[in-house]
Design a protein around this ligand. Structure first.
Ligand code: CMC
Length: 429
């Protein structure tokens, strides 16, 4: 017998049978139930999507209670240990780990697309010197749609593949140019002899040397950070990507919206906000009074809490290990002691324990980025580069899902009933 849910309308005694499949009922099945004679059918009310699945997905699995994160079934811990970012991006995008030949071809293709059109450089020169790099980044990604009008062919698999390569390859170049612009240094062209992250470090930090040599520990650390940030199922920015993409625009425009969603301090801007918070606290001695303020509801402990993780974020665990490696090269970030003290108190304090608030991916990542020489306002951009892989994979999955249509939530109207227009001369107040 199929799993069903029986709903009884207590007002009339009418019973309704609603199917349960994959742990869900279909919201449209509730339409058959009327709240009143003129009602068009019951809707579910779920502000901020606390309990609504908007898609079926085969990409990323999270068990927030158990602290589990897997891409295409592979545990994040194994990928962080054994994979590299481009291989993980391939896995997320195409569903399987690549064979040797497929990996070589993928890396070669991405490498071929790292250059930016010279007009993009000129376009970026128009930003003020102190423009936030994330603002430059998302505007430039949006501008790419004007350079690649073929991207509108979203139902052409070859075109989608080309835009995927362009996006994965060009986001580090855009990010690096945004950074160089903000510090008034000339843009550095990609070096195709280097790895994905090695080349990114080259475009950011190369000075007058003939060839930039990335430090292998920092290059690997950044690669692991990119693996950890590559996808995270239906979060705010990914939902933005899917919703915008559902109107069948091009992927550059959709990705601009996703990056804009990521920019906010409650999402990908949290890594920057954590560092600003640590700087504001200033010393370990100030931690108790800062925590008292948080518990009174005066602000949030940035880098703590998560909508789905109600235990330690598995990414934060890995990042803590990488931090030690990076600090062995760069020297310890002086703000680390403050972060460790905040974490120590939070893990014991009833306010945080009872609300199941644990460090998330952003709590320690900023300390690493800062030790590696990135300015604070580059942090959200560093999140956007790897997340591009997840956004594209989720966008394509949405496009090819026969159940998906243009996204269009319902509302509960709380406004005025119908009334007649009042001429200006008769308005009060
Ligand atoms: N500091 C203090 N209290 C908090 C925090 C925090 N960081 N996060 C949640 N709470 C409290 C909140 O005040 C509420 O308490 P009460 O029940 O007394 O009103 C309770 O915990 C539940 O919070 P919520 O706002 O209902 O939780 P949410 O699922 O809507 O928000 C969150 C999730 C990540 C936006 C939130 O935890 C937060 O603002 N954290 C700080 C920002 C941050 O680190 N964001 C990065 C998230 S991980 C990277 C990513 O994927 O974006």
């Amino acid at each position: 017998m199929a799993d069903t849910l029986t709903i009884t309308d207590n007002r009339t005694g009418t019973q309704y049978e609603v199917s349960i499949a994959a742990g869900a009922i279909r919201a449209t099945d509730l339409k058959q139930i009327k709240a009143g004679p003129d009602d068009k059918g019951l809707v579910t009310y779920d502000p901020a999507f606390l309990n609504t699945a908007a898609c079926r997905s085969r990409i990323t699995y999270i068990d927030g209670d158990a602290g589990i994160l897997r891409y295409r079934g592979y545990p994040i811990e194994q990928l962080a240990e054994d994979s590299d970012f481009l291989e993980t991006a391939y896995l997320i995008l195409f569903g399987e780990l690549p064979t040797q030949t497929a990996q070589e071809d993928w890396v070669r293709q991405v490498t071929l697309h790292t250059m930016l059109h010279e007009n993009i450089k000129r376009f970026m020169e128009g930003f003020l010197y102190d423009a936030h790099p994330m603002g430059i980044f998302l505007s430039t990604v949006g501008a790419l749609s004007t350079f690649y009008p073929d991207a509108k062919n979203i139902f052409d698999a070859d075109s989608r593949r080309t835009q995927t390569l362009r996006l994965i390859a060009k986001v580090p170049s855009i990010a690096a140019y945004a950074y160089r612009h903000s510090i008034g240094r000339p843009y550095v062209y990609p070096d195709n002899d280097l790895s994905f992250t090695g080349n990114f470090l080259n475009m950011l930090f190369k000075m007058t040397e003939l060839k930039y040599q990335p430090h292998p520990v920092l290059e690997r650390a950044l690669d692991v950070l990119f693996i950890l940030h590559a996808d995270h199922e239906q979060n705010c920015s990914t939902s933005a990507m899917r919703v915008i993409g559902s109107s069948h625009g091009d992927p550059y425009s959709a990705l601009t919206g996703a990056a804009a969603a990521l920019y906010g301090p409650l999402h990908g801007g949290a890594n920057e906000a954590v560092l600003r918070m640590l700087q504001e606290i200033g010393s370990v001695g100030q931690v108790p009074s800062f925590m008292t303020k948080i518990k009174k509801g005066e602000g949030r402990l940035m880098g703590f809490g998560h909508r789905v993780y109600k235990s330690y974020d598995p990414r934060a665990k890995i990042i803590k290990q990488i931090a030690d490696l990076v600090f062995s090269v760069t020297g310890k970030n002086p703000l680390l002691e403050i972060a460790l003290e905040l974490e120590r108190i939070a893990l014991e304090d009833d306010y945080f324990v009872s609300r199941r608030l644990y460090p998330n991916v952003d709590f320690y990542s900023g300390l690493i980025y800062q030790a590696m020489g990135f300015p604070l306002d580059m942090f959200p951009v560093l999140f956007a580069i790897p997340r591009t892989a997840g956004w594209i994979a989720q966008w394509e999955e949405m496009l090819l899902d026969s159940e998906q249509k243009i996204s269009r939530p319902r509302q509960i109207y709380d406004g005025e009933a119908a009334r007649d227009y009042v001429p200006m001369s008769k308005r009060q107040g």
